[in-house]
Structures are given as C-alpha cells and as structure tokens.
Design a binder for this molecule. Structure first.
Ligand SMILES: [Zn+2]
Length: 131
C-alpha cells in the first residue's frame, strides 16, 4: 500500500493513484485545478491549458474538498499537507507554491528532509514544523 496525502483541515484524501489534486488561484483571481505527482521528487505538473501559470508565478493552494487554504503558517510561499504512510504514520509535506520552483520538505519527527534544486531558498526552523 502506498502513502496517502491528506488535507490538514478536513483530513480528506487529496490523492488518486499517483496524482494529488488541488484547487489553485492565480494573483489575477483565475481559478483551476492542478495535479501534482505523489512522488515528491517528481515535479511534473498538470493543469488545464487555460490555467497555465507563468514561470515564477505563485498560485494559492486550497483543499478541493473543504476549500480551506493550504498555506503554511510560517512561509506564505509554501503550502503544507499531511502524508500518511502505509503503516499509518503522519508526516508534514511542505512545498513551494511558486510555479517552476522545486522546493519540497518532509518533516519526520525531529528531522526535515529537503528535495528539489531550490530547497535551500527557504530556511526552515524545526520548531515551527511541530505545531
Ligand atoms: Zn480539506
């Protein structure tokens, strides 16, 4: 059994197969759905052609089930969801909301694992992850 990805607010399941689905909004107010890969090191992104973000543009991420913002409390350019492993353990997955920026973090207990070429852009204080 694979890991599942959950909304931190409603605990709804965000993944189907190897896709995670989010509601997104551009600064212009344009809204759509975006699909990210469940392999957190795979930065393949799918969206409707009419939604296409430009490189470096931030989209706001929302849970498609409850509609709540997934913005991380400490970094407005990062979104935060929950990963539940096959053995039922939860960890936080934090990723950049900026299109084309590859920065993803997994918080497992006291450890922060980072992924992506731009992961060094954000300083992550281990203390604020634990909340
Ligand atoms: Zn939700």
């Amino acid at each position: 059994m694979e890991s599942n990805y959950l909304c931190p607010h409603c605990r709804g399941y965000l993944n189907i197969g190897d896709m995670m689905i989010f509601k997104v909004k551009q600064p212009s107010g344009k809204i759509g759905l975006i699909i990210l890969h469940t392999d957190i090191e795979n930065y393949n992104v799918q969206y409707n052609g009419a939604y296409k973000p430009t490189e470096g543009q931030k989209s706001e991420f929302y849970c498609p089930l409850c509609g709540k913002s997934l913005e991380d409390k400490a970094h407005k350019d990062l979104a935060r969801i929950v990963m539940r492993s096959a053995d039922g353990k939860d960890s936080a997955i934090i990723f950049s909301k900026i299109y084309g920026e590859h920065a993803t973090y997994q918080v497992v207990g006291e450890d922060i694992l980072s992924f992506g070429e731009q992961a060094k852009r954000y300083y992550l204080d281990p203390d604020w992850f634990k909340s």
